[in-house]
Design a protein around this ligand. Structure first.
Ligand code: HEC
Length: 242
Protein backbone atom coordinates (compact mmCIF):
# COMPACT_ATOMS: atom_id res chain seq x y z
CA UNK A 1 0.00 0.00 0.00
CA UNK A 2 1.37 3.44 -0.90
CA UNK A 3 1.89 6.05 1.76
CA UNK A 4 -1.08 8.29 0.81
CA UNK A 5 -3.52 5.39 0.73
CA UNK A 6 -2.15 4.11 4.04
CA UNK A 7 -2.65 7.60 5.47
CA UNK A 8 -6.19 7.70 4.09
CA UNK A 9 -7.00 4.31 5.62
CA UNK A 10 -5.58 5.46 8.96
CA UNK A 11 -7.66 8.64 8.91
CA UNK A 12 -10.79 6.72 7.95
CA UNK A 13 -10.16 4.37 10.86
CA UNK A 14 -9.80 7.28 13.30
CA UNK A 15 -13.06 8.75 12.02
CA UNK A 16 -14.88 5.43 12.43
CA UNK A 17 -13.67 4.49 15.92
CA UNK A 18 -16.01 6.82 17.85
CA UNK A 19 -18.97 5.73 15.70
CA UNK A 20 -18.25 2.09 16.39
CA UNK A 21 -17.70 2.62 20.12
CA UNK A 22 -20.73 4.80 20.86
CA UNK A 23 -22.97 4.04 17.89
CA UNK A 24 -25.02 1.34 19.58
CA UNK A 25 -25.98 3.50 22.57
CA UNK A 26 -26.79 6.68 20.66
CA UNK A 27 -29.07 5.04 18.07
CA UNK A 28 -31.91 4.41 20.48
CA UNK A 29 -34.44 7.26 20.27
CA UNK A 30 -34.57 9.24 23.54
CA UNK A 31 -37.79 10.69 24.90
CA UNK A 32 -37.49 14.39 25.69
CA UNK A 33 -38.40 16.07 28.95
CA UNK A 34 -37.89 19.55 30.42
CA UNK A 35 -36.71 19.41 34.00
CA UNK A 36 -37.93 22.20 36.31
CA UNK A 37 -36.21 22.85 39.64
CA UNK A 38 -38.83 25.38 40.68
CA UNK A 39 -41.52 22.68 40.70
CA UNK A 40 -41.14 21.73 44.39
CA UNK A 41 -44.06 19.22 44.54
CA UNK A 42 -42.44 17.30 41.66
CA UNK A 43 -39.02 17.35 43.37
CA UNK A 44 -40.59 16.20 46.66
CA UNK A 45 -42.37 13.27 44.99
CA UNK A 46 -39.13 12.43 43.16
CA UNK A 47 -37.14 12.42 46.42
CA UNK A 48 -39.71 10.13 48.08
CA UNK A 49 -39.55 7.70 45.14
CA UNK A 50 -35.76 7.81 45.22
CA UNK A 51 -35.49 7.05 48.95
CA UNK A 52 -37.95 4.16 48.62
CA UNK A 53 -36.85 2.52 45.38
CA UNK A 54 -33.27 3.53 44.55
CA UNK A 55 -31.24 4.47 47.63
CA UNK A 56 -30.90 0.83 48.72
CA UNK A 57 -28.47 0.38 45.82
CA UNK A 58 -27.49 3.90 44.64
CA UNK A 59 -26.02 6.56 46.95
CA UNK A 60 -26.18 10.33 46.34
CA UNK A 61 -22.92 10.97 48.12
CA UNK A 62 -22.41 14.60 47.05
CA UNK A 63 -25.75 15.64 48.50
CA UNK A 64 -26.76 16.05 52.17
CA UNK A 65 -30.15 15.17 53.66
CA UNK A 66 -30.66 18.53 55.41
CA UNK A 67 -29.69 20.54 52.30
CA UNK A 68 -32.19 18.47 50.30
CA UNK A 69 -34.93 19.04 52.90
CA UNK A 70 -34.25 22.78 52.84
CA UNK A 71 -34.09 23.17 49.05
CA UNK A 72 -37.22 21.07 48.51
CA UNK A 73 -39.18 22.95 51.17
CA UNK A 74 -39.71 19.88 53.37
CA UNK A 75 -39.72 20.65 57.15
CA UNK A 76 -36.83 18.73 58.79
CA UNK A 77 -39.01 16.78 61.23
CA UNK A 78 -41.30 15.64 58.40
CA UNK A 79 -38.26 14.69 56.29
CA UNK A 80 -36.85 12.73 59.23
CA UNK A 81 -40.13 10.95 59.80
CA UNK A 82 -40.91 10.06 56.18
CA UNK A 83 -37.60 9.76 54.37
CA UNK A 84 -34.90 8.82 56.90
CA UNK A 85 -34.12 5.62 58.72
CA UNK A 86 -34.08 6.16 62.51
CA UNK A 87 -30.32 6.01 62.98
CA UNK A 88 -29.35 8.34 60.12
CA UNK A 89 -28.11 11.85 60.99
CA UNK A 90 -29.97 14.48 58.92
CA UNK A 91 -26.69 16.37 58.43
CA UNK A 92 -25.00 13.41 56.73
CA UNK A 93 -24.50 12.70 53.04
CA UNK A 94 -27.09 10.53 51.29
CA UNK A 95 -25.28 7.19 51.41
CA UNK A 96 -26.24 3.55 51.85
CA UNK A 97 -24.67 0.36 53.14
CA UNK A 98 -24.18 -1.33 49.75
CA UNK A 99 -20.79 -3.08 49.80
CA UNK A 100 -18.92 -2.29 46.57
CA UNK A 101 -17.29 -5.69 46.07
CA UNK A 102 -20.40 -7.67 46.96
CA UNK A 103 -22.46 -5.56 44.57
CA UNK A 104 -20.07 -6.29 41.71
CA UNK A 105 -20.53 -10.00 42.31
CA UNK A 106 -24.33 -9.80 42.59
CA UNK A 107 -25.06 -7.48 39.69
CA UNK A 108 -21.94 -7.84 37.52
CA UNK A 109 -21.38 -4.11 38.06
CA UNK A 110 -21.56 -1.99 41.21
CA UNK A 111 -24.54 0.41 41.21
CA UNK A 112 -22.93 3.80 40.51
CA UNK A 113 -23.53 6.89 42.66
CA UNK A 114 -26.30 8.87 40.96
CA UNK A 115 -25.69 12.44 42.22
CA UNK A 116 -24.32 13.51 38.83
CA UNK A 117 -26.00 10.95 36.58
CA UNK A 118 -28.11 13.47 34.64
CA UNK A 119 -25.02 15.58 33.98
CA UNK A 120 -23.13 12.56 32.65
CA UNK A 121 -25.95 10.83 30.75
CA UNK A 122 -28.44 13.67 30.30
CA UNK A 123 -31.94 13.76 31.82
CA UNK A 124 -33.56 12.49 28.59
CA UNK A 125 -31.35 9.41 28.75
CA UNK A 126 -32.19 8.60 32.40
CA UNK A 127 -35.91 9.19 31.71
CA UNK A 128 -35.90 6.88 28.67
CA UNK A 129 -33.79 4.29 30.55
CA UNK A 130 -36.36 3.99 33.37
CA UNK A 131 -39.13 3.49 30.79
CA UNK A 132 -37.25 0.93 28.67
CA UNK A 133 -37.09 -2.19 30.87
CA UNK A 134 -38.71 -5.33 29.45
CA UNK A 135 -39.09 -8.99 30.43
CA UNK A 136 -36.20 -11.18 29.28
CA UNK A 137 -35.96 -14.61 30.88
CA UNK A 138 -32.40 -15.05 29.66
CA UNK A 139 -31.14 -12.30 32.02
CA UNK A 140 -30.22 -12.94 35.70
CA UNK A 141 -33.04 -10.69 37.02
CA UNK A 142 -35.52 -11.65 34.29
CA UNK A 143 -35.38 -8.18 32.72
CA UNK A 144 -33.37 -6.35 30.11
CA UNK A 145 -33.33 -2.74 28.96
CA UNK A 146 -33.91 -1.57 25.39
CA UNK A 147 -31.69 1.50 25.86
CA UNK A 148 -28.97 -0.13 28.02
CA UNK A 149 -28.50 -3.67 26.63
CA UNK A 150 -27.83 -6.34 29.27
CA UNK A 151 -27.91 -3.86 32.14
CA UNK A 152 -27.01 -5.36 35.53
CA UNK A 153 -29.89 -3.58 37.28
CA UNK A 154 -33.22 -5.22 38.10
CA UNK A 155 -36.38 -3.25 37.15
CA UNK A 156 -36.75 -1.44 40.49
CA UNK A 157 -40.10 0.15 39.58
CA UNK A 158 -41.82 -2.91 38.10
CA UNK A 159 -44.55 -2.99 40.77
CA UNK A 160 -45.49 0.57 39.80
CA UNK A 161 -45.18 0.20 36.02
CA UNK A 162 -46.47 -3.36 35.61
CA UNK A 163 -45.08 -6.00 33.26
CA UNK A 164 -43.33 -4.46 30.25
CA UNK A 165 -42.57 -6.44 27.09
CA UNK A 166 -40.65 -5.60 23.94
CA UNK A 167 -43.06 -4.18 21.39
CA UNK A 168 -42.45 -6.44 18.39
CA UNK A 169 -44.31 -6.55 15.12
CA UNK A 170 -43.21 -9.16 12.63
CA UNK A 171 -39.43 -9.15 12.76
CA UNK A 172 -38.85 -5.65 14.08
CA UNK A 173 -39.15 -4.36 17.64
CA UNK A 174 -39.72 -0.78 18.70
CA UNK A 175 -39.93 0.36 22.32
CA UNK A 176 -41.85 -1.51 25.02
CA UNK A 177 -45.51 -2.05 25.93
CA UNK A 178 -46.95 -2.75 29.37
CA UNK A 179 -49.54 -5.48 29.97
CA UNK A 180 -52.69 -3.67 31.07
CA UNK A 181 -53.66 -3.99 34.72
CA UNK A 182 -50.36 -5.46 35.95
CA UNK A 183 -48.97 -2.31 37.64
CA UNK A 184 -50.13 -0.01 40.43
CA UNK A 185 -49.94 2.96 38.07
CA UNK A 186 -51.44 3.72 34.68
CA UNK A 187 -49.05 4.44 31.83
CA UNK A 188 -49.33 8.20 32.23
CA UNK A 189 -49.03 8.04 36.05
CA UNK A 190 -45.86 6.00 35.61
CA UNK A 191 -44.49 8.52 33.10
CA UNK A 192 -45.20 11.32 35.62
CA UNK A 193 -43.52 9.37 38.45
CA UNK A 194 -40.41 8.77 36.34
CA UNK A 195 -40.40 12.45 35.37
CA UNK A 196 -40.45 13.45 39.08
CA UNK A 197 -37.63 11.02 39.82
CA UNK A 198 -35.46 12.36 36.99
CA UNK A 199 -36.33 15.94 37.94
CA UNK A 200 -35.05 15.17 41.45
CA UNK A 201 -31.85 13.59 40.07
CA UNK A 202 -31.36 16.62 37.84
CA UNK A 203 -31.64 18.80 40.95
CA UNK A 204 -28.99 16.75 42.83
CA UNK A 205 -26.67 17.19 39.84
CA UNK A 206 -26.99 20.96 40.10
CA UNK A 207 -28.57 21.97 43.42
CA UNK A 208 -27.56 25.61 43.01
CA UNK A 209 -29.25 26.06 39.61
CA UNK A 210 -32.18 28.03 41.10
CA UNK A 211 -29.75 30.32 43.00
CA UNK A 212 -27.64 30.77 39.89
CA UNK A 213 -30.64 31.86 37.83
CA UNK A 214 -31.85 34.27 40.54
CA UNK A 215 -28.40 35.81 40.96
CA UNK A 216 -28.16 36.08 37.16
CA UNK A 217 -31.27 38.29 37.13
CA UNK A 218 -29.79 40.58 39.83
CA UNK A 219 -26.52 40.86 37.93
CA UNK A 220 -28.36 41.85 34.74
CA UNK A 221 -30.44 44.43 36.64
CA UNK A 222 -27.26 45.85 38.19
CA UNK A 223 -25.61 46.11 34.76
CA UNK A 224 -28.72 47.83 33.36
CA UNK A 225 -28.70 50.48 36.14
CA UNK A 226 -24.95 50.92 35.74
CA UNK A 227 -25.47 51.44 32.01
CA UNK A 228 -28.00 54.26 32.63
CA UNK A 229 -25.55 56.13 34.89
CA UNK A 230 -22.60 55.55 32.56
CA UNK A 231 -24.69 56.82 29.65
CA UNK A 232 -25.71 60.00 31.55
CA UNK A 233 -22.13 60.58 32.70
CA UNK A 234 -20.91 60.13 29.12
CA UNK A 235 -23.37 62.82 27.98
CA UNK A 236 -22.09 65.24 30.65
CA UNK A 237 -18.49 64.74 29.45
CA UNK A 238 -19.50 65.35 25.85
CA UNK A 239 -21.11 68.69 26.85
CA UNK A 240 -17.70 69.80 28.18
CA UNK A 241 -15.92 68.78 24.99
CA UNK A 242 -18.21 70.68 22.62
C1 HEC B 1 -31.06 -3.83 43.39
C2 HEC B 1 -30.13 -2.75 43.15
C3 HEC B 1 -30.61 -1.57 42.33
C4 HEC B 1 -31.72 -0.78 42.53
C5 HEC B 1 -32.79 -0.92 43.61
C6 HEC B 1 -31.65 0.29 41.55
N1 HEC B 1 -30.55 0.12 40.76
FE1 HEC B 1 -29.97 1.36 39.26
N2 HEC B 1 -28.38 0.16 38.86
C7 HEC B 1 -28.03 -0.97 39.59
C8 HEC B 1 -26.83 -1.53 39.03
C9 HEC B 1 -26.12 -2.79 39.53
C10 HEC B 1 -26.45 -0.72 37.94
C11 HEC B 1 -25.24 -0.89 37.01
C12 HEC B 1 -25.69 -1.68 35.85
C13 HEC B 1 -24.61 -1.94 34.81
O1 HEC B 1 -23.67 -1.14 34.68
O2 HEC B 1 -24.77 -2.95 34.11
C14 HEC B 1 -27.46 0.33 37.87
C15 HEC B 1 -27.45 1.35 36.91
C16 HEC B 1 -28.31 2.43 36.92
C17 HEC B 1 -28.24 3.55 36.00
C18 HEC B 1 -27.24 3.71 34.87
C19 HEC B 1 -26.08 4.49 35.37
C20 HEC B 1 -25.04 4.70 34.31
O3 HEC B 1 -24.72 5.87 34.04
O4 HEC B 1 -24.55 3.70 33.77
C21 HEC B 1 -29.23 4.43 36.35
C22 HEC B 1 -29.57 5.76 35.70
C23 HEC B 1 -29.93 3.84 37.48
N3 HEC B 1 -29.35 2.64 37.80
C24 HEC B 1 -31.00 4.45 38.09
C25 HEC B 1 -31.73 3.84 39.12
C26 HEC B 1 -32.91 4.45 39.71
C27 HEC B 1 -33.47 5.81 39.36
C28 HEC B 1 -33.36 3.56 40.65
C29 HEC B 1 -34.60 3.69 41.49
C30 HEC B 1 -35.83 3.73 40.77
C31 HEC B 1 -32.46 2.40 40.64
N4 HEC B 1 -31.49 2.62 39.70
C32 HEC B 1 -32.60 1.29 41.45
C33 HEC B 1 -28.71 -1.48 40.68
C34 HEC B 1 -29.88 -0.98 41.21
Amino acid sequence: MSFPSRLATGLLFLLLVPTVAFGAASNYPLERIRTDHSNLPSLQRGAALYMNYCLGCHSLQHQRHNRTAQDLGIPEDLYRELLLFDDVDIGSHITNAMPHQGAREWFGNAPPDLTMVTRVRGSNWVYTFLKSFYLDESRPFGVNNALFENVGMPHALIELQGTPRLNCNGGSCEGTVVEAGTGRMSESEYADAVYDLVNFLDYTGEPYKQDRQRIGVYVLLFLLILFVFTFLLGREYHKEVH
